[in-house]
Ligand binder design. Sequence first.
Ligand SMILES: NC(=O)c1ccc[n+]([C@@H]2O[C@H](COP(=O)([O-])OP(=O)(O)OC[C@H]3O[C@@H](n4cnc5c(N)ncnc54)[C@H](OP(=O)(O)O)[C@@H]3O)[C@@H](O)[C@H]2O)c1
Length: 249
Amino acid sequence: MATTTLITGASSGLGAEMARQLAARGHDLALCARRTDRLSELADEIRSAHPGARVEVRALDVDDHDAVFEVFRAFRADFGSIDRVVVNAGLGKGAPLGTGRFDANRQTAMTNFVSALAQTEAAMEIFRDQGHGHLVMISSMSAMRGMPKTATTYAATKAGVAHLADGLRAELHGTRIRVSVVYPGYIRSEMNESIRKVPFIVSTEKGVAAIVDAVEKEKAHASVPAWPWVPLGFALRHLPLPLARRLMG
Ligand SMILES: NC(=O)c1ccc[n+]([C@@H]2O[C@H](COP(=O)([O-])OP(=O)(O)OC[C@H]3O[C@@H](n4cnc5c(N)ncnc54)[C@H](OP(=O)(O)O)[C@@H]3O)[C@@H](O)[C@H]2O)c1
């Protein structure tokens, strides 16, 4: 039976590639983002590659929290049920704290944490009503430990969303509502396209294949790709700070 997956931030990068790879596995898709031209192109591409797939698209700015609830409810009405929600929309802006760029850090905190909370609330409203569902939170390896400089706020938001999901998992243990947290390492996307040298970076296709594999297995936690990010994540968490700092760039 087809599973219906709702993906936020599906217009580029990880979200768009997750849509392609999930469609190839036979899933129906509810896709949203602000750039609807990109969403429509993606939907056409997926429908022609997988004629059996059902793909619906809607405009959504996740920072408009009322709209998050409206769009999620509308997708549920379209499909009858939503089996999985991937909270993926995010941005990577940031500046060292106290350097006059509260605007950038606040925007990151808003979109990556408060708007992720809105998406999680909207997803959980549907899952509680249905009695089943799979929440997938896209966190980051940067959630493993407080990060310096431009990454400080970003890393804090990604640790925050991982904690939201972990709290829900503790609450929902033994029910038919599952919760996964994905911690991607560096994967090529619009977020890092202007940075040429990124350590251990993998292509969008390869990185997302690892994400989709973990999601389909409904893993509670997945650092992806597993090599080198499982050992690096462990090192980041447990090394003394002077050593851990060398891994933080
Ligand atoms: N790439 C990596 O190495 C990496 C590593 C760890 C975690 N992540 C996480 O993966 C997720 C996807 O990022 P990406 O790498 O695929 O970057 P990306 O190519 O820049 O994609 C970001 C997506 O988020 C959407 N988005 C941003 N702000 C939004 C808003 N206010 N409302 C609705 N959608 C919004 C964008 O769509 P519109 O602009 O069309 O709205 C776009 O589809 C993010 O949460 C990111 O933090 C990425």
